[in-house]
Design a protein around this ligand. Sequence first.
Ligand code: LAN
Length: 763
Amino acid sequence: MWRLKLSKGDDDPWLTSFNNHTGRQFWEFDPTLGRDDQEQLLVDKARSDFVKSRYELKHSSDLLMRIQFAKKKKASEVDVPVQVKIGKGEEVSEESVVTTLQRALRFYSTLQAEDGHWPGDYAGPLFLLPFLVISLFIMEALNTILPEEHRKEIRRYLYNHQNVDGGWGLHIEGRSGMFCTALNYVTLRLIGEGMDGGDGAVSKARTWILDHGGATYIPSWGKCFLSVLGVYEWDGNNPMPPELWLLPYFLPMHPGRMWSHCRMVYLPMSYLYGKRFVGPINGLVLSLRKELYAQPYHQIDWNSARFQCCKDDMYSPHPLMQDLLWKCLNTFAEPLLMKWPLSKFRHRALRSVMQHIQHEDETTNYLCIGPVNKVLNMLCRWIETPNSLAVKRHLSRIKDYLWVAEDGMKMQGYNGSQFWDCVLAVQAIIKTNLPCEYGVMLQRAHHFIKSSQVRNESCVDWSSWYRHSSKGGWPFSTTDNGWPVSDCTAEGLKAALMLSQLPAEIGGEAIEVEKLYDAVDLILSLQNSSGGFASYELTRSPHWLEMINPAETFGDIIIDYQYVECTSAAIQGLKLFNKMHGEYRANDIESCIHKALDFIESIQLADGSWYGSWGVCYTYGTWFGITGLVAGGKTYENSSSLRKASHFLLSNQLTSGGWGESYLSSQNMMYTNIGKNKSHMVNTGWALLALIEAGQANRERGPLHRAARVLVNSQMANGDFPQQEISGVFNKNCMISYSAYRNIFPIWALGAYLNNVLRPSRD
Ligand code: LAN
């Protein structure tokens, strides 16, 4: 039986932590549990139910965790009032909303960990497991780090998410592409599947690859990983020169000016490229060289393969200028840098790159900023010294990225979404204004928030490692990851302030005011001259640099752009802080908010919406746009932006009363409903919150009532809400799961509906 373990180091001598593993979550297989057990039956049923509807609902419902938690709670603790359903044309009564919220809060409280966070599945992309498996294979650590029980769950996951045509998409809901089809095919073969494994699934995947021109058509990140494995040639890659790191910083293309994720992924990639590293060649590798291509491996024209990319993967085609740049570098620069005397530069560059890799490892407790550089850094450290302490520390942190649900074992997009979910959950719970239902939830969450703040800079000379200041910030996942994010910090500030307003017996002890000052300092330091806020750092280079984006599958990766979400969160956090602590930097805060408001208005789209970059999509962006403007003092009456935004939302409300936005909105940058005009509870929550915020209750209440009814009626018998289509996104084209949203947003929106619409006088 699989067991979720929380906030534990498990006496692993190679692990380090800044705060005693607060928020850490990982799964372990315990062979002694589960035989003939009731729990095992539930798990089996969840698994087979998933398989049955896997083409209709591709998102798993995180049931293994829920089954485990339900077992832990005594019957009396999960005692829930009788469910309510509201008929067509029937009024939504205050009582029905209160009952729905009580049921929802009682259920949600059973999912909270003792340290105060709500664990959950943060997977979705399908290119991450292959990166891990390929690296472990090369390091000869595959079978020790992923023993048979793990590999069994990985097989389950991959087969569950294979499309009907035999391929895999970039993420669980995407159409097939060469990137994930070739990589997952290789993964299955490396973890022991035969050429005809999986009841024909493996050969079906191979047919997909060959029908689409063979693996030379894999996008650039795939080319890099296949080269490392030895099933593709380095000559078939465009240059990724490590020498970029030696350029003077004033040049716009200096890696130090790029988006932290982009910089951190191309750092180890440039190491592998600079060394032309290839792992040990064995029989399986030689066989893959035959399986992946239609023509014999030695006859492949690697020079033209450099520019090949399957059209089903193509999201950001290279501009002509970029390809010319690669041609020049490849023809003139690379040959010189590989030979004496210029090879001296290459060696120096590789040394410098390795120092940056080490620095990233050590400042993040070997978690690294994300899943891609985690795995690549690990491989680079292994190439440097196979038995080093660093490699051991890396291996110990792999389980932080793995998650098990009824669809199998997956690799997550981060080491979790602990902090982010926690601060949103706190705001949702407080909004219900049902203190009798809070129990210990808020105190625990408050503890988690306080213990997750980043207390120190990443190191003494952080800026020479191209880091922004960290002190006072909050991360997206855990403190051990160590990279603060602008909006996580702002939402953290907001949640901490709200909690400090509650009586101590409900909210727990307030955070020290100096720690709030640190958060405010950090937020203020993250504002760009245009007024907008980016994600981790300031925007350090101009937009045109996106021209050199080599990753065909992603958009907007080169620099840290400014987002409506991050900017709105900053306004909200600073405004609330200023109301409660007018003594600190009031002038700076005022001018910051002023500029941020202008920025938000300047990026509003013609139809009144905002494009949300991290959630799907216009409902998400518009919720942030509206809340930012309202927090900054705008009203429906005095702001045409708010009027336009409200109109936008109302005009997209479905006849059922909900909203349901497809992930295609993010990808195509055009509002698109989910098929059959289905409502999605998370979109409905965002839209309802936004409309209430914009004062819709003072105008026409019908749309609010209809939306609330959809939310109430969607609740399940146990107080949970259904998992629907995937809700998160990054880099425009790749979707990611926010498993906690299905609980958080119905609660939050119904809380706002109850207190601001049904009984505003008592608010
Ligand atoms: C995240 C997750 C959190 C997210 C929010 C805080 C929600 C957002 O408001 C700001 C941006 C941020 C921090 C964010 C950025 C991009 C991330 C890190 C991710 C979506 C999680 C995974 C993704 C990362 C880039 C995935 C690795 C893939 C690459 C293309 C490098």
